[in-house]
Design a protein around this ligand. Sequence first.
Ligand code: PGA
Length: 253
Amino acid sequence: MTRKSLVAGNWKMNGSQAANAELVDGILAAAGQARAEMVVCPPPVYLESVGRRLADSAVGLGAQNLCEQEQPGAYTGEIHGTMLTDLGCRYVIVGHSERRALYAEDDARVAHKFATAQACGLIPILCVGETLEQREADATENVLSRQLAAVLDRSGIAAFNNTVIAYEPVWAIGTGLTASPEQAQTVHAFLRGQLAAADATIANSTRLLYGGSVKPDNAKALFACPDIDGGLIGGASLKAAEFIAIAAAGTDH
Ligand code: PGA
C-alpha cells in the first residue's frame, strides 16, 4: 500500500484575521501545485474562521494542542478534542517539543493527550525528537524509543493504524539547521522499525513526517527518502508560496 505524502503547517502562535485570510487565500489559489495532502494548524482562536475559508477545499484543518481530559468540564483555559472536531479539525499536533519544553508536557501527559485525541475522532500528529545534547551524547535512539514507548504502552500498536508521527530534532526547529536527508532517513527507519517490531503492517502504513527548518530548497531531498512521508512545517508555513513549494515536493512512498 502507498503512503500518501502529507505536509502540515504549524502556525504556532502567529497570525491575525487579516494575515490568515491572505495566507489561506494564497494557499488555495496555488493548491493545484501540491503533490502532498495539505493541512494547516492555526492557533485555536482562528480555527473557526480559517476552517470556514478552507471549506470544501482539499486543505485540511488541524489544531496545535488539546486537553488530555476525557470529558469536558471545569478546566479553565483548556480545549477539549470534541470542540476541535466541532470546528472541523481532522488532525491535532500532540507532544510538540515546545509544549514539552516550555509547558512541562512529559511523556505520560503526551500519551494521555494522544489517547484522548483518538477517542475524540482526531488523528494525532505525534511529535518526537532529541535535543542537541542528547544527540551529542549518542542518546537519540533511547530518547525516541522512550517517547514512542510511552504512547505504545498506553494505547497499543493498533492505535497507530491512523496516526502520523513527526520526527522533529529539537536542534533543527526554527534554527535554520536542518537534519541532512541521511540523518533524517536514519531516524525515520529506526522509528518505523520500532513500530514494525510490534506490527509490520501498521509500521508500513504509518506516515512519518520530518520537521525542523524544512524550506522549499531542502524539501525535495528530504521527501525523496524512502521513510520520509512529508513534513511538519513551522516558519515556512506562514508564507503561502513557501508552503506550496514544499507541498509540491511531496513524494508518495
Ligand atoms: P520550523 O518549525 O519549520 O520553523 O523549524 C517546525 C516545527 O516546530 O514544527
